[in-house]
Design a protein. Structure first.
Length: 136
């Protein structure tokens, strides 16, 4: 079975930490928009590049799906992004339908109240929390 797992949560909730802790990175394909903010091994967020980097992440997921679509083995592609709104996940749901991947979503709660490793300002974190949408 081909699986796409979308790991969602506000900045600092532990999305990347969860993925690293629970899954052997050699058996999954993992993407995050954060990957595209890396410059010389260092995370450098530039809000002007946010839309472009989200598109790069979607394109990378699609390339990965294309590579695995005819592979006889099971496959897991994981994407950890904030995904605060349904429309932010919709392109991934569309890709999953196009390439016959089953979609799962995991919400990571910030019950431990850790701060973002990317120094996201408190006002931005609050805005993420306020707009976070859950559909059961």
């Amino acid at each position: 079975m081909k699986n796409l797992v979308l790991v969602r949560g506000v900045s600092g909730s532990g999305k990347s930490t969860l993925v690293a802790a629970l899954w052997d990175v050699s058996t999954i394909i993992r993407w995050s928009t954060d990957n595209f903010f890396m410059v010389d091994g260092e995370y450098k967020f530039d809000p002007a590049l946010l839309g472009e980097n989200h598109q790069k992440c979607q394109d990378a997921v699609e390339r990965s799906m294309k590579l695995k679509v005819n592979d006889p083995y099971d496959c897991v592609i994981m994407v950890d992004n904030t995904f605060t709104k349904q429309w932010e996940m919709d392109p991934y749901f569309d890709l999953a339908k196009k390439y016959d991947f089953r979609v799962h979503t995991i919400i990571v709660e910030n019950r431990h109240h850790s701060s973002s490793i990317h120094d996201v300002p408190p006002a931005v974190l609050k805005a993420q929390e306020d707009r976070f949408e859950v559909i059961l």
